[in-house]
Design a protein around this ligand. Structure first.
Ligand SMILES: Nc1ncnc2c1ncn2[C@@H]1O[C@H](COP(=O)(O)OP(=O)(O)O)[C@@H](O)[C@H]1O
Ligand SMILES: Cc1ncsc1CCOP(=O)(O)O
Ligand SMILES: [Mg+2]
Length: 259
């Protein structure tokens, strides 16, 4: 899907959110015309997964007692044929590594969206990080492709260079917009935004369409302000008005295909 499709179809995006950024995430999904819904209640997962077009599981503030819940949520979504997107915040921190390993052992995932350090964990490649941030350097195409092969999921690696890969087909978007990394929650928001754009099918180009839309909105916002507070609101405003023709032109110019 593209931004016009999202505005027309208004897909419902169900997010098991962390407790840090849900309002911002919901607003990003809302301003592009999709329909956000957040829940952490096991008793309603089946019903909500039934009405959702995609399910996002963000483990940014996951607790031990919740691991079986997210496994159940991913299984319900899978049984209903709904794509599951995992956002494994700071996965290299030991408790989180154990939790995600347990999740992967019996849960289901179709897309993993993370920064380069988070994706490198799935690829079994060393990559420096500090908490929620990727701080190292590395071959992000290799990292994304290896993570895709190891997990069987479509990988959405975000950062200065965005990479989407299913292990065979890879696309990159190497456009630097520093301000996007200056506010907390842009990664969380991107994970749920991807959920809106894959409502008509889990394909690499659909995932890249979401990432390019978000990146272009960030680039536009950055031309109007460089202060984090006003940038946050400007980003929402740019997403609200962004035009599909602009996004398609941006993608034609900046997205590279790597087989
Ligand atoms: N240096 C950067 N230049 C351009 N875009 C960036 C940069 N860092 C992050 N982004 C963008 O910010 C968003 C969040 O990505 P990222 O910071 O990697 O996720 P997280 O917040 O989960 O660490 C993505 O759209 C990504 O493309
Ligand atoms: C600060 C923090 N702590 C646990 S989740 C979270 C938000 C992470 O947001 P993002 O990964 O989008 O920067
Ligand atoms: Mg993140």
């Amino acid at each position: 899907m593209n931004i016009t499709d999202v505005r027309t179809k208004s897909p419902l995006v169900l997010t098991y959110a962390n407790f840090v950024t849900p309002q911002f995430v919901a607003n990003v999904v809302n301003v592009v015309g999709a329909s956000p819904l957040m829940s952490r209640e096991l008793a309603e997962f089946k019903e909500l997964a039934g009405i959702a077009n995609a399910v996002i599981i963000n483990t940014g503030t996951l607790q031990k007692v919740e691991i079986n819940d997210i496994i159940k949520l991913s299984q319900e979504a899978y049984q209903l044929g709904k794509p599951v997107i995992l956002d494994p915040v700071a996965v290299s921190v030991p408790f989180r590594s154990q939790a995600i390993t347990q999740f992967l052992s019996s849960g289901h995932v179709d897309v993993i969206r993370g920064n380069a350090a988070e994706i490198a964990w799935f690829a079994d490649i060393d990559f420096a990080s500090q908490g929620i941030d990727a701080t190292g350097k590395g071959d992000v195409i290799e990292i994304a492709q290896r993570a895709a092969h190891k997990t069987g999921a479509v990988i959405a690696l975000s950062g200065a260079c965005d990479v989407v890969s299913d292990g065979q087909y890879t696309q990159t978007l190497d456009i630097n917009v520093e301000q996007l990394s200056s506010i907390v929650g842009t990664g969380d928001a991107l994970s749920s935004l991807i959920g809106a754009f894959i409502a008509d099918g889990l394909k690499v180009p659909n995932v890249m369409n979401a990432m390019a839309t978000f990146k272009l909105a960030g680039q536009k916002a950055a031309t109007k302000t460089n202060r984090p507070g006003s940038f946050t609101n400007q980003l929402l405003d740019e997403l609200f008005v962004i035009d599909n023709i602009d996004v398609q032109n941006f993608m034609e110019k900046s997205v590279l295909n790597h087989g």
